[in-house]
Design a protein around this ligand. Structure first.
Ligand code: AMP
Length: 612
């Protein structure tokens, strides 16, 4: 199997051209030999884990070939392995899923039973993640030269972590990565030269972290060649923060001192090593921020920026117009596709339009399989993830090199850390091939109806939340006859909007406080990633209920039918996205109410905090 390119240690022996060449050759090799690499990866995983309970239970008996593996091991969902996961979380260290020790749990933004899914991981996975990161800049440099001559201004954050009852850490994959030596003690590399000192990224207080990262980014504005965050929503949050706090930031730059609200000593020390008084720069920033339009603010404040590096595929595409506005249409670059389960692939044509982004899956990362997705009238079948696949469906899974151009598939992975034929929940479409390796458009996350940041709310969760809220209307002899929802990303942060049409039988008017209680009940009923976004990350604004005139949902149906929907099969969509429909709903709003406070949220799973 081709070796991961080695990184040199000192700036003096750093041969960028040579290193980039090696990295690109690595991509050539693994994609040209995709099938052989995949066979080898599966063999390695199965050999190393031959004695784990899960594989023995299913009767693999030490076999490590594809055919037996596919015959014997079922395709799985999180719910199928929940028992094994719980045992590991409760401290059972026997070889349940993986022969190597589970080093920690990565908490996915996908949820099960309202709580983040826990993905077991092993130490060596950090190397695989680092490898994927190391591919990004050599690829980018083919299209934008000279990126080694300046810095990247990236807004990167850690999130809170918890301990499972058995004592393992449970935290998001990026928090795990930023806190690892792979990131903190990364060897010299002109491509990981960021404006944010590590201490500002690792600061647990989100205000102090954002403030100090922006301060360092502004102070080094001329050196910045690229800007970004992981997801588009995070980058927009940074711009919004700048809108609110530029006066304080300018004061700090003018005086070369730091706002006393930044109390973290490590952050202060790291920033003070960089910051010197620069009144001219402060005046310049102030003049730009004072202008009434913030169009092109990125190119104005960071004039050498070549592109904005943020994920705008999937639900994040809703942020493209606002990013275009702030960046004066700089290229929006989506570099990679990854998850808590495993990092998957990279975009080999990073300057393409967001709508054309495709990710080449890197065959060394895990063993990939693909479950064909059948569409019916443009609607994906099976809105709820089925409990288990039929024998026939299990046989439909195809290997990486066997997917067909234009077809859609659900991604299924077998990882080094002990997931076997695991359904990630993403739907991908084959857009082309790099040598033998397919390149995929990201189509959607199955079932997700609403998303603002990393929250993913499905139809069932929304339905249950609405059901709980409706109890507040009972004393008024009122119910809701129809509802739909909408992710409003015009407000910053974005927020969920529910359109309700009421059926009123009682004569007592419903006071606003009752609708506000409904908003809060819905928020309390949503999953923990949503509530964390509201409480801790402040990446989601208060939920809003908009009461619409009677007959609005009939109008919605008329409109859908005029667009070609079948009258027999028409069902009220539980989420609306199409602008004319959102407009139609908004034009018939009679009153609106917001959640009066944040829902409850604590780090970690609810049951760990109850002590059971
Ligand atoms: P998490 O498990 O919380 O890390 O979330 C991983 C999920 O985020 C993936 O399964 C995708 O649904 C989504 N995701 C990750 N990278 C991308 C991308 N480049 N484009 C669209 N969605 C992505």
């Amino acid at each position: 199997m081709p070796e991961a390119p080695k990184i040199s240690l000192k700036p003096t022996d750093y041969n960028l051209v040579e290193k980039n060449k090696k990295t690109l050759q690595f991509i050539e090799d693994v994609t040209a030999n995709a099938d052989e690499v995949q066979e080898r990866v599966l063999g390695e995983i199965l050999t190393s884990n031959a004695n784990v309970e899960y594989l023995m239970k299913h009767g693999l008996k030490g076999h490590n070939d594809r055919e037996t593996f596919k015959k014997v091991i079922p395709v799985s969902t999180y719910e199928d392995i929940q028992q094994e996961i719980n045992r590991i979380a409760n401290g059972d260290t026997s070889k349940i899923l993986c022969s190597k020790p589970i080093s920690e749990f990565l908490t996915s933004s996908g949820t099960s039973g309202g709580e983040r899914k826990l993905m077991p991981t092993i130490e060596e996975e950090l190397e695989r993640r680092s490898l994927l990161y190391s591919l990004l800049m050599p690829v980018m440099s083919q299209f934008v030269p000279g990126l080694d001559k300046g810095k990247g201004m990236y807004f990167l954050f850690i999130k809170s972590e918890a301990k499972t009852p058995g004592g393992l850490l449970a935290r998001p994959v990026l928090t795990s990565y930023y806190k690892s030596s792979h990131f903190k003690e990364r060897p010299y590399d002109p491509y990981t030269n960021y404006t944010s000192p590590n201490e500002t990224i690792l600061c647990p207080d989100s205000y102090q972290s954002m403030y100090s990262q922006l301060l360092c980014g502004l102070y080094q504005n001329k050196e910045v060649l690229r800007v970004g965050a992981v997801f588009a929503s995070g980058f927009i949050r940074a711009i919004r923060f700048l809108e609110k706090h530029w006066t304080l930031l300018c004061n700090d730059i003018r005086s070369g001192t730091m706002n006393p609200q930044i109390t973290d000593p490590c952050v202060r020390e790291a920033v003070m090593k960089i910051l010197k008084p620069d009144p001219m720069l402060a005046d310049f920033i102030e003049a730009e921020c004072c202008k009434c339009s913030w169009q092109g603010i990125i190119t104005r404040l960071w004039p050498n920026t070549k592109y904005v590096d943020v994920i705008v595929t999937g639900t994040m595409s809703q942020y493209i117009p606002i990013l275009d506005h702030y960046s004066n249409n700089l290229p929006l670059v989506c570099t990679m596709y990854a998850s808590s389960e495993c990092y998957f692939g990279v975009n080999l044509n990073p300057l393409c339009k967001p709508s054309e982004v495709s990710y080449t899956l890197i065959p060394t990362m895990c063993y990939f399989e693909f479950l064909p997705v059948h569409r019916n009238n443009g609607v994906t079948n099976s809105p709820n993830v089925p409990k288990s696949l039929t024998e026939k469906e299990q046989q439909e899974l195809v290997d990486l090199v066997d997917v067909k151009l234009g077809h859609e598939y659900e991604l299924v992975v077998t990882t080094y850390s002990g997931l076997y034929r695991y359904r990630v929940g993403d739907v991908l479409r084959v857009a082309g091939f790099k040598n033998k390796a397919p390149q995929f458009n990201f189509i959607c996350r199955k079932n997700v109806v609403l998303s603002i940041d990393s929250d993913k709310t499905d139809e069932v969760e929304l339905q249950n939340a609405v059901k709980n809220a409706v109890n507040h209307l009972m004393p008024f002899d009122a119910t809701i006859s129809e509802y739909t929802s909408y992710a409003d990303t015009k407000s910053i942060p974005g927020h969920y909007v529910l359109f309700w049409e009421l059926s009123l039988n009682g004569s007592t008017p419903i006071p606003p406080s009752v609708f506000e209680d409904c908003c809060l009940t819905i928020e309390e009923s949503l999953n923990s990633v949503y509530r964390q976004g509201r409480v801790s990350d402040k990446s989601i604004g208060p939920l809003e209920i908009k009461i619409v005139e009677p007959g609005t949902f009939d109008k919605l149906m008329d409109y859908a039918i005029s667009l070609g929907a079948s009258i027999n099969q028409y069902k009220t969509p539980r989420c609306v996205k199409f602008a004319p429909i959102v407009e139609l709903m908004n034009s018939r709003v009679v009153s609106s109410y917001f959640s009066p406070k944040c829902p409850k949220w604590v780090p970690g799973h609810k049951k760990w905090n109850n002590g059971d």
